[in-house]
Design a protein around this ligand. Structure first.
Ligand code: DQA
Length: 139
């Protein structure tokens, strides 16, 4: 099974960025652990700070992989292009947020992506990615 993780802007700074909200662990370390725990899964990881690059990656992977776990970060709240890319592909997409976006500023309470995702995991820290992967493994 092929699963891709796509992270949006500023998530390359995990471990350094607003650690009270996003924690102290960097994503590369977390991803290495996830990959070894789920070694039966062909798991890939892509991060970009650019909206168009994320759209292109969704288009590229969306007809190849069995599932996509996406944290569009700030683009969740602004990007109709990312939403449209998700609606255009075959692979099911799970939306993950590290923080609880419903318990934060009002502008984070709405995501354009949620309506086209199979589900949303928000507020469970990096564990959200593990739970999303578990979901795809048991489908
Ligand atoms: C985030 C929440 C977004 O509102 C924010 O812009 C992010 C990260 C999260 O994982 O909690 O960059 O997607």
């Amino acid at each position: 099974m092929q699963i891709a993780i796509i992270n949006g802007p500023n998530l390359n700074l995990l471990g350094k960025r607003e650690t009270d909200i996003y924690g102290h662990e960097d994503f590369d370390t977390f991803f290495a652990q996830l990959k070894s725990k789920y070694d039966q899964v062909d798991l890939s990881y892509y991060q970009s700070n650019a909206e168009g690059e994320i759209v292109s990656k969704i288009q590229e992977l969306g007809f190849e992989v069995d599932g996509i776990i996406i944290n569009p970060a700030a683009y969740s709240h602004t990007s109709i292009a990312i939403r449209d890319a998700i609606s255009s592909i075959k692979a099911p997409v799970m939306e993950v947020h590290i923080s609880n976006v419903y318990a934060r500023e009002a502008f984070r309470n709405h995501s354009h992506v949620s309506a086209v995702a199979v589900g949303v995991i928000s507020g469970l820290g990096l564990k959200g990615y593990t739970l999303a992967l578990d979901y795809f493994c048991h489908q």
